[in-house]
Design a protein. Structure first.
Length: 291
């Protein structure tokens, strides 16, 4: 199984995992100046166990709404929390465990702030601490009323071996209020939960719901949806169809969100068979095999 932080192979026994939204503390933040947070020493605020903060971790990197939320804290404390959040954002992609160390340090200083609970929940999820992530994201939902992280919460239930609870979250009425990307993510997770229960046909039906699978435009979530569908087809012993969808997913996966290329290699195919130029369709153009 691949690194759970990279979103490439399924986190659990079957199906793709959710791709969480970037926490607010990271949205729009620069990634330059990454620094390791795995060392321990006298970190910010003098705690001997706090992760070390890079000298260039500047609270100004945080989005305006996050900085406004931090103003409810005393100035010195707000700066310490802000710098931990900056470090968590910098490290999230490359070292989610280290990122979680920083968000956990921020939580120890300011657990009543929604932005801190959000960062802690996302970094816990990305570092496979599913019980902790679920608790933090539940708290975040109570604090804000937002259902944005419902797909991630459902995938945490899968990670804890509770697919039935994942499916219950997928039926939450608030799912209907998610944006299209969020609804697609929830379908991907729900299909994985169906496969956890051995319900492969139901997983395929879940992924085919709506018009997202056969729509004529390519969205950011398209590679992951097509990949999940290919994986479910393969589980249903429909190898030729699975090959076609893995090829399609690879052709539009410019950012390496999936391991469709590797799956094709196992199946004895190569992604260049999908398109002579090795590239997927442009955003807004027709693509993908027919359902």
């Amino acid at each position: 199984m691949e690194d759970p932080a990279r979103g490439r192979r399924p986190r659990h026994e079957a199906g793709a995992a959710a791709r969480p939204p970037a926490p607010r503390a990271r949205r729009g933040a620069p990634t330059a100046g990454r620094a390791s947070a795995t060392r321990t020493g006298r970190g910010a605020g003098g705690s001997p166990d706090a992760p070390v903060i890079a000298d260039d971790a500047d609270p100004a990197e945080l989005p305006d709404d996050v900085r406004r939320e931090l103003r409810s804290l005393p100035p010195a404390l707000a700066e310490r929390v802000a710098r931990h959040l900056v470090m968590a954002g910098r490290l999230l992609e490359d070292d989610p465990a280290a990122a979680h160390g920083h968000s956990a340090a921020a939580r120890g200083l300011a657990a009543r702030l929604a932005v801190v609970r959000e960062a802690t929940g996302v970094t816990a999820y990305r570092s496979a601490r599913y019980a902790e992530a679920l608790g933090e994201l539940r708290a975040l939902r109570r604090m804000t009323g937002s259902a944005e992280y419902l797909p991630v919460m459902a995938d945490c239930e899968r990670g804890l071996g509770r697919p039935e609870r994942a499916l219950a979250l997928a039926e939450d009425p608030a799912v209907r209020r998610l944006d299209r990307a969020g609804q697609v993510e929830m379908r991907i997770v729900a299909a994985g939960a169906r496969r956890d229960l051995g319900q492969v046909d139901a997983a395929l039906m879940t992924l085919r719901a709506g018009s997202d699978l056969d729509r004529s435009t390519v969205e950011d979530w398209t590679p992951r949806l097509w990949y999940a569908y290919a994986d479910a087809l393969l589980a249903a012993d429909r190898e030729q169809e699975a090959r076609e969808w893995f090829l399609a997913a690879a052709s539009v996966d410019d950012d390496g969100l999936t391991d469709a290329e590797e799956r094709l290699a196992v199946l004895g195919a190569r992604s260049h068979e999908a398109r002579p130029d090795h590239h997927g369709p442009e955003r807004g153009s027709a693509a993908g095999p027919q359902t």
